[in-house]
Write a protein that binds this ligand. Structure first.
Ligand code: F0G
Length: 459
């Protein structure tokens, strides 16, 4: 018999206590933080779902790698191990380590971006968009229609709309498009996967116009596992083989190793083009470090190399994807509106449907985020009009397309009982949602305001 219970595929060797607080304490702490959980001390949080980035628990072998790190400035043994591990998955010729994903993006777009350039993607993550726009280029999101509807279920809601891609190329001019990107999984669209077929279709359009294809590959293993589960023809293939096929369609990739390489810091750029790689390395030396460490210590490179081996383990991925799905399904059973189906690394509450009476200018997502903290010491993040809202000329809010609350699940950190506790807290907040009236902003920075904004409840 195949047991129905999916267990954490690890034993726990080292533990980190989490700190319990009372509701009264949390009320005070939240006021001090200006009702912005980004401004809380992490020690005052019981279950921290702010991000899945850099928050993984490393394995005993990764920690052993840390001790084995070769800290030579040039040509470190750890670099060659790292390079081999990245090449095994991506098949790419040039592997350039960076300190995290956005450093890879910064180098990539400093070289290929600039005023008058346009970069299409299924959905750009905010650092990718910021790095593109910083150079004067424009970032275009071409998500498939179904991906924009939180309540609709589909297997690959992260896909790019291939017809829109062709229109985009014709409208902007092929000479103005230095590359096309696909983000796997599509973080900003709910952690939804992209199908192999879609990657092939995008590749075909890129080939037609001679445009290089780059992947934002942060969560490539989770995406590959979804392909194995959902796409015809892949159930018998290993996740490693599926990942290798994904990368075979790309000319390059940026990666934040803080996600699917199961480390606390790290990233890389991978690409086939030698001339571009030379330009990237020249910039790397100015901004990150010598090409065989690129902003990381030798020990970090060891941990990434080991993490990349572990992340394609299918027992791990089954536990990972099923535990996120378990949380999502229990919330749906309790009536909580979420982006369906659950994504790979996070559950996204649909705050518009959760609090239909709280208008976007009262920030329904922020209300839920604050209440989750007050109720259970849980930290989540608003991804809606606080994060993406803009103002028109008259100072009126132009709301974001969606009002979401993201609960990102760190890798290998929480167990099923943590998840059961979470479910209880979220259902309680949902069942008492009538008391939530919204927030107003009392301070905001001119850019990326969500990190430092301060709020007050509206009555
Ligand atoms: N691309 C995607 C799809 C991401 O999710 C992230 C980071 C990055 C690029 C940038 O990588 O943080 O290493 O510089 N996402 C984190 C998150 C911050 O919480 O979703 P980085």
């Amino acid at each position: 018999m195949k047991p129905k219970t999916i267990i954490e595929p690890f034993k726990i060797k080292s533990v980190e206590p989490i700190r319990f607080t009372t509701r009264e304490e949390r009320e005070k702490l939240l006021i001090d933080a200006g009702y912005n959980p980004f401004l809380l001390h992490a020690d005052d949080v019981l279950i921290d779902l702010l991000t899945d980035s850099g928050t993984s628990a490393m394995s005993a072998k990764q920690w052993a790698g840390i001790m084995n790190g070769d800290e030579s400035y040039a040509g470190s043994k750890s670099f060659y191990r790292f390079e081999e591990a990245v090449k095994k998955i991506t098949g790419m010729k040039n592997i350039i380590p960076t300190h995290q994903g956005r450093a890879a993006e910064k180098i990539l777009f400093s070289v290929v971006g600039g005023k008058g350039k346009f970069i299409p993607n299924n959905t750009h993550f905010d650092t990718t968009r910021a790095n593109i726009e910083f150079t004067g280029a424009e970032a275009g999101d071409l998500l498939t229609e179904v991906g924009k509807h939180p309540e609709m279920r589909a297997d690959f809601k992260g896909n790019m709309d291939v017809e829109k891609l062709e229109d985009y190329i014709n409208e902007k001019g092929v000479e103005n498009i230095p590359l096309c990107m696909i983000t796997i999984t599509n973080n900003s669209g709910g952690g939804q996967p992209v199908s192999m077929q879609n990657i092939r279709d995008v590749r075909a359009v890129c080939d037609k116009y001679n445009i290089p294809l780059f992947l934002d590959a942060c969560r490539f293993a989770e995406n590959a596992y979804f392909i194995k589960l959902r796409e015809p023809g892949y159930s018998e293939k290993s996740v490693l083989e599926i990942a290798q096929e994904i990368f075979s369609y790309a000319d390059g990739a940026t990666m934040s190793a803080k996600k699917d390489a199961l480390v606390n810091i790290g990233g890389f750029l991978a690409l086939n083009d030698d001339n571009l790689a030379m330009e990237f390395r020249n910039l790397l030396i100015v901004t990150e470090g010598f090409p065989t460490y690129g902003g990381l210590a030798g020990r970090d490179l060891e941990a990434v190399a080991q993490g990349l081996e572990e992340v394609v383990d299918e027992h791990y991925l089954e536990y990972r994807i099923k535990s996120v799905e378990y949380l999502g399904n229990k919330l749906v059973e309790g009536g909580v509106p979420i982006i369906e189906p659950p994504g790979g690394h996070a559950i996204y509450i649909d705050a518009k449907r959760f609090l239909p009476d709280v208008s976007p200018d009262k920030y329904p997502g922020q209300s839920i985020v604050c209440e989750l903290y007050l109720e259970g010491g849980v930290r989540a993040v608003e991804i809606g009009s606080v994060m993406f809202g803009k103002y028109n000329k008259n100072g009126k809010l132009i709301p974001a397309m969606m009002e979401l609350v993201r609960m990102a699940i760190p890798r290998r950190v929480y167990t099923q009982s943590h998840v059961d506790f979470l479910i209880e807290i979220i259902l309680e907040v949902y069942n008492t949602r009538k008391k939530l009236k919204g927030y107003k902003i009392t301070y905001e920075a001119p850019m990326l305001r969500h990190f430092t904004a301060r709020f007050e409840p509206v009555s």
